[in-house]
Design a protein around this ligand. Sequence first.
Ligand SMILES: [Zn+2]
Length: 238
Amino acid sequence: MGRILKAYETRFRSMLKQAGARRPEHGAEWLVARARRLSAANSLPLYATLTQVYQRLQRQVLSPKRVSATPWLRANGLQFWCDSGLGGLCRWLRAAGYDALWDPCIEDAELVRRARSGERILLTTDSLLMERRLVRDRVVPALWLPPTLKITEQMRLVIDEFHLTLRESRCMACGGQLRRVPRESVRERIPPKTWRWLDEYFICARCDQLFWRGTHWQRIRNEMQGLFPQAAAGGFES
Ligand SMILES: [Zn+2]
């Protein structure tokens, strides 16, 4: 917990500084102490209450500024770059219909550079990455995700922060757009059992992978619907 606690503290301090607090160090310590109190009072794990405190701070202090400071954020349809530890989240974002990129080997500096040139929002669990100048100055909009979160919790935070709605799924492998294709045209690529049961097939415009809506898709869709309360959109599998 020591390293994780430090990561939260770093984020708190930096957020308070951005918000113009006069004594960010003191404020960060106070927020950690508050999380400890909440944890003891409600018998919750410390990381859960730290996340609560973080989310509240994020909502109250930083979110409105971030959106207004970055005009392209809404204009380009919300695209994401996930850091090397967020491969799972990246796939979920694609399944929810968002163009998200991920590279397991990418260096921090390169990640920030690509997010900037591609006009994408950076998602990271690394509190030090948030201290880089371009991120700190909000040239590159970024959201820090506490390292203790499960994928569904990460998703919930991103949905909340950027007011995402559930869209038609994109390719889970690369984030490309899917287009419907006639069943006959892809017959040789469909397992016989699937062919007998399903009529709708889709191909990724970017990587050519074939998708259909099977049982795996149904599972993901059910989970998505829990995350997006008013959800009613499509998803796929291959
Ligand atoms: Zn693809």
